[in-house]
Each structure stands twice: as structure tokens, then as C-alpha cells.
Design a protein around this ligand. Structure first.
Ligand code: SAM
Length: 214
């Protein structure tokens, strides 16, 4: 029998994916939070980045809530998250699914169904990110882009310890590593986007699904 090592244990230090609150995520996300998790300047920067990357067609927004930060609504938006009322209230969404990615990283979608995928200010809550990134690679069409955006704040009890133990540059390096360790993505690009100097900073790491050519 071939023994398969969990890549999370293999590539990250012990305790990296632990959280202060290890209770079921459904408990923490049960209360509705009709708030924004970024200020207006950072939200605008997310929309500008999505437009610059050409996000359109069928788009999957992971860890979503009542607002997805597209400057222009994509042709079809499917959102996945933890709070039913928030998801149902998202005016850009064509379809929503209540789905705990930590309990089950498998995405309930077919192969190559999406032109793009997004995860805004939430990658820090994933306890099995490599499994989730592998699933995103599966559901993206070749050439489709996955973009993770984040700032410098979070729900600290639900963020993984590795995220909390480093700084902005370290967090970008973590997300880069997730992409690099996942089969099916080209080299990731990390960047800091322009926001107002006194407001929330906005960082992004994105990569395209390999086309398999060359
Ligand atoms: C800080 S909010 C960000 C919401 C939204 N992406 C935004 O930009 O405003 C974190 C989101 O991650 C989602 N989330 C947290 N843990 C999750 C999990 N285990 N599975 C799926 N979604 C999760 C929650 O539903 C919550 O809406």
C-alpha cells in the first residue's frame, strides 16, 4: 500500500493550521454580519483588480457573503459561504451554496466550469487550503484565473495560526506557496494594490490555471 502524506503536514510547520477557536465554523458564522470587511478604498481596489484581470463569464466567489466586490457584475456569479441570509442577499449572485470548505474542501461543481474564481479577505480561514486550491484548479477552465485578496485585519480566533504569526509580506508568501504547491496553476503573481494611505491596505495573489501547452 502506498502511504500518502497530507501535504499540509508535509509543507508547513506543526500547528500552522490550528486556530484559537476550533469549534465548528457553522457556530461562528451563524450570526448574520451585514458589514464590510474592507474600507471603501480597498473595496474599490478589489473591483479594479478584478476588472484588470478580465474577470467575466462564469465566476466562482469562495467564502462569500452579501457583497462581492466586482465593479461590474460578471455574466454569471456563483457564490459559496457559511451564512445563508448573507448569501441570499448578495445582489450580484446568480446562485449560492452554503458550504463549509474546512469540513469538506470538495467543490460541488463540475470540471472546468468557471472562467475565474475569487476569494476575498478569507483565505486565512482555510484549514486545508491545498485541498481547496486543488479543487479550484479542477473547476477552472485552462487559462482561468484564481485571485485571493486580503488586507491586514481578520477574525483572529478563526484565522490560522501561521497567518497570525507573520506580517503582510509573510502572508503574501503563504498564499504564493499555496499556489506553488497545487498542481494545475502557473506561477503566482503577488502585488500590493493602490489604496488610500490612511486606509486598509490591499494585497493580492493570483495565478492562472495552466493551459497545458508548451
Ligand atoms: C471576512 S468575511 C469575507 C466575506 C466576503 N468575501 C467579503 O469580501 O466581504 C469571511 C467569510 O469567509 C467565509 N468562510 C469562513 N470560513 C469558511 C468555511 N469554512 N467555508 C466557507 N466559507 C467560509 C464566511 O462565510 C465569511 O463570509
Amino acid at each position: 500500500m502506498v502511504e500518502r502524506r497530507d501535504p499540509h503536514l508535509e509543507h508547513f510547520p506543526a500547528g500552522f493550521f490550528d486556530r484559537a477557536d476550533e469549534a465548528d465554523d457553522a457556530v461562528f458564522y451563524a450570526p448574520e454580519r451585514f458589514v464590510t470587511h474592507l474600507d471603501a478604498g480597498a473595496i474599490r481596489a478589489v473591483g479594479e483588480l478584478y476588472a484588470e484581470l478580465g474577470l467575466d463569464g462564469a465566476v466562482l466567489d469562495l467564502c462569500s457573503s452579501w457583497v462581492s466586490h466586482f465593479a461590474q457584475r460578471p455574466q454569471r456569479l456563483v457564490i459559496v459561504g457559511m451564512n445563508e441570509a448573507e448569501l441570499a442577499a448578495n445582489p450580484m449572485a446568480d446562485e449560492w451554496r452554503l458550504h463549509d470548505l474546512n469540513a469538506d474542501p470538495a467543490l460541488p461543481f463540475g470540471d472546468s466550469m468557471f472562467d475565474a474564481a475569487t476569494c476575498c479577505v478569507s483565505v486565512d480561514y482555510l484549514t486545508r487550503p491545498l485541498a481547496v486550491f486543488a479543487e479550484v484548479a479542477r473547476v477552472l477552465r485552462p487559462g482561468g484565473v484564481f485571485v485571493c485578496t486580503f488586507s491586514n485585519r481578520c477574525f483572529p480566533t478563526k484565522a490560522i495560526r501561521g497567518w497570525l504569526s507573520t506580517d503582510d509580506g509573510g502572508r503574501a508568501a503563504i498564499v504564493r506557496r499555496y499556489f506553488e504547491l497545487t498542481d494545475g496553476f502557473d506561477a503566482p503573481v503577488a502585488q500590493q494594490r493602490e489604496t488610500s494611505w490612511f486606509g486598509d491596505p490591499l494585497f493580492a495573489v493570483s495565478a492562472r490555471r495552466t493551459t497545458g501547452v508548451g
